[in-house]
Design a protein around this ligand. Structure first.
Ligand code: FES
Length: 360
């Protein structure tokens, strides 16, 4: 990330690595949403389709820090086909270097570096009933989903939105306007901890019970999401119809990544076939390299973001053969059983492996 103001001690150079996944975006506008949250509207001149996105996806930003550049993921609050420019919303975290830098230092005209949008937190269909449970800044991807579904779909969208108090409600005015403009299609239940206390499983179940045949998406603090998932499970909602967005801090910069030389110490290389964007590519897969590194090394545009097994952006499916993963916590047991893997964490475990990224 590069701040254009001179003498800013937080200035970080543009990524200089060859084949850097980061692209330059210009800050078009900064919007103060609440006392501790602001939106940053981004222009993407000349980048075009590389930054096409689905509602609910996120950007990975390269952020300066006293210890060098670090990366953080921020959900897009804008919606494709609705908003002309991308917008992220950042809530200040007490003591958080990154969120405070974004909230204090970034100004219109600054240049930020971001990787193309990624993430699996997007509705299976926009034209179906959607039940959205958001806590605090977990509203950000929900705004993107709501705007896209109101435009593309015709079914009802129900938002349950929990906040500490009235002052901490991000997008209150925008939600009110959307609900008024789409009566009967967008229903918003506000939950204020200052008035009603922390939402419990029984209370959430009472609100969502009429909507258990909707696709459910949850984003917010862990305790809130756990409570929401338990409420839905208690009402008999199939776990496959519940999507949860988990954000975790990354320990490194995914744009700076060391790939080991091929080595047969772990076993011979495997034959690999990969379906990506409607084409099948054949190559060898060294036993000591991660699938994502092999694909990027071949010049393929495989999706990724964190490279740490924490975001799910690189998820793909094993069609044939076996792989072993170092880290898989972001995947649910059902997804693993269905053959989903994380390409940034997967090494080959059979002589032949066939992978597809082209799942619906
Ligand atoms: Fe984030 Fe693989 S790139 S899990």
């Amino acid at each position: 990330m590069l701040h254009e103001t001179q003498n800013n001690p937080m200035i970080s150079p543009a990524p200089s690595e060859e084949n850097s996944p980061y692209r330059q975006l210009r800050v078009a506008e900064v919007i103060e949403e609440t006392a501790d949250a602001r939106s940053i509207v981004l222009d993407q001149p000349g980048i075009g389709s590389e930054f096409a996105y689905k509602p609910g996806q996120f950007l990975t930003l390269r952020i300066p820090s006293p210890d060098g550049a670090i990366a953080r993921c921020y959900s897009l609050a804008s919606a494709p086909g609705v908003d002309g420019k991308m917008k992220i919303t950042v809530k200040r975290v007490q003591g958080g270097v990154v969120s405070n830098w974004l909230c204090d230092a970034v100004q219109p005209g600054d240049l930020l570096y971001a990787m193309p949008p990624a993430g699996l937190f997007t509705p299976t269909r926009l034209d179906s009933g959607l039940l959205l449970l958001a806590g605090g800044s977990g509203i950000t991807p929900m705004m993107s989903i709501i705007k896209a579904a109101l435009r593309e779909g015709s079914q009802r969208i129900v938002l349950v939105y929990a906040n500490r108090n009235e002052q901490s409600v991000i997008f209150r005015g925008e939600l009110d306007r959307l609900a008024r403009a789409h009566p009967g299609r967008l229903i918003v239940y506000h939950w204020l901890e200052s008035v009603q206390g922390l939402p419990g499983r029984e209370q959430l179940a009472g609100i969502v019970e009429p909507y258990t045949d909707y696709e459910a998406l949850l984003c917010g603090p862990d305790a809130f999401m756990n409570c929401g998932v338990e409420a839905l499970a208690g009402l008999g909602v199939d776990r496959h119809r519940i999507k949860v967005e988990k954000f975790v801090s990354l320990t490194g910069d995914p744009g700076r990544h060391h790939v080991p030389e091929p080595d047969t110490a772990l076993g011979p290389a495997s034959d690999l076939a990969v379906e990506l964007d409607g084409e099948t590519h054949a190559m060898t897969w060294p036993s000591n390299q991660f699938l994502l590194d092999v694909l990027l090394g071949q010049g393929l545009a495989a999706p990724f973001s964190c490279r740490e097994g924490k975001c799910g952006a690189c998820a793909c499916k094993v069609v044939e053969g076996e792989v072993a993963m170092d880290e898989d916590a972001v995947l649910g047991a059902e997804e693993i059983a269905e053959g989903w893997i994380l390409s940034c964490q997967a090494r080959p475990a059979s002589a032949k492996v066939r992978i597809t990224f082209d799942q619906p």
